[in-house]
Design a protein around this ligand. Structure first.
Ligand SMILES: [Mn+2]
Length: 338
């Protein structure tokens, strides 16, 4: 057992006992599943099924199209099951993330034990008793892999694929700051069990591939980028027609914001998503200026990712307002943002 796991020996033992004693296990994801929660749930389904358990999977909302790439996503139901012996809540760091599930099904959920397997460092309590299997990991799938290996549970090839995809999803292909030796080691163990990293990458790229039309739009948006403040502030507008054409389908700004963020000399990126009736501004940075800037503009966020809403719908005026505020922040705290 690794040190990580041994600190949670009591909780893991309790989890193993519950598995052993149960026939039907419910796996619950956040109300809106993501790559880690979805593929962790599917990986757990494989592992627990091989232990002759019935696995029932639930999420309040249906999986987004990009999550429908590994077999089994359509077994994650939106009808809360009537009978189960205990519940595993995966990848859920706060009750807000399963608000709708709890609103409708908390009474039923609490008739049986609840195990939480989660890797969020800033966890908020659910307000009821849970067996918390919460240790440092870049993804919940990393934790499930470590627990399965420790317990001597078999990880079949489909499980290896799904868990690897989940780890790569949360760790952005093992590149985030939360990626540790254990993350890489778990991916290696899963690769040994049949997960093919090239194949997983192909599946991911295909699921997010742009249409020919979207590539043209990307080109147009990229050439519309303006550089202000001596090239340190990159700004682009998603015009109202483009916003309304793609509403509910995809976010055009996702195609350009990363290119803007990783342009030489650029310190702050702002994309003005202009609805015509309002303008929302997602921002990115590399050295931590996006969060403070978003706050100054009346929004919020993390150091390198923030957002705010403009007071008017005048793009030119709002762009200049941001440029002035950025120049002021640079003058006041040149070191903090250089
Ligand atoms: Mn996660």
């Amino acid at each position: 057992m690794t040190t990580q796991l041994s600190n949670f020996k009591a909780q893991i033992d309790r989890f193993k006992e519950l598995v052993k004693a149960s026939t039907t296990i419910l796996v619950v994801q956040p109300d809106s599943p993501d790559g880690d929660s979805m593929w962790t749930a599917l990986g757990l389904e494989e592992i627990l099924s091989d232990l002759d358990k019935q696995v029932v999977m639930y999420s309040y909302r249906e999986a987004e199209p990009y999550l429908r790439v590994y077999e089994g996503w359509d077994r994650v139901g939106q009808v809360f099951p009537k009978a189960f012996d205990f519940t595993i809540i995966v990848d859920t760091g706060s009750p807000a993330l399963i608000k709708s599930t709890l609103e409708h099904h908390q009474a039923k959920l609490l008739t049986k034990p609840v195990v939480v397997i989660d890797h969020h460092t800033s966890r908020q309590p659910f307000g009821f008793d849970t067996v918390d299997v919460v240790f440092e990991a870049v993804a919940t799938a990393e934790q499930v892999t470590a627990i399965a290996l420790d317990a001597g549970w078999d990880i079949n090839e489909p499980a290896a694929y799904k868990l690897t995809a989940a780890i790569l999803s949360d760790s952005l292909n093992l590149t985030t700051s939360g990626t540790t030796a254990q993350s890489v080691q778990m991916v290696a163990e899963l690769t040994k069990r049949g997960a093919n990293l090239g194949e997983i990458n192909r599946i991911r790229r295909q699921a997010s591939a742009l249409t020919a039309e979207q590539v043209h739009l990307k080109g147009k948006l990229l050439s519309s980028i303006e550089y202000l403040a001596d090239g340190r502030l990159a700004v682009a507008e998603i015009p109202p027609l483009t916003v309304s054409d793609n509403l509910e389908k995809f976010e055009p700004y996702n195609m350009i914001i990363s290119e803007m963020q990783w342009t030489k000399g650029v310190e702050l990126v702002a994309v003005f998503k202009n609805y015509g009736t309002k303008i929302n501004v997602p921002m990115r940075s590399v050295y931590g200026v996006a969060g403070p800037m978003a706050k100054i503009m009346g929004g919020g966020g993390h150091p390198n990712a923030g957002a705010y809403r403009c007071e008017t719908t005048d793009f030119e005026a709002e762009k200049n307002k941001l440029a002035v505020a950025f120049a002021t922040l640079k003058q006041e705290t040149p070191d903090a943002v250089s």
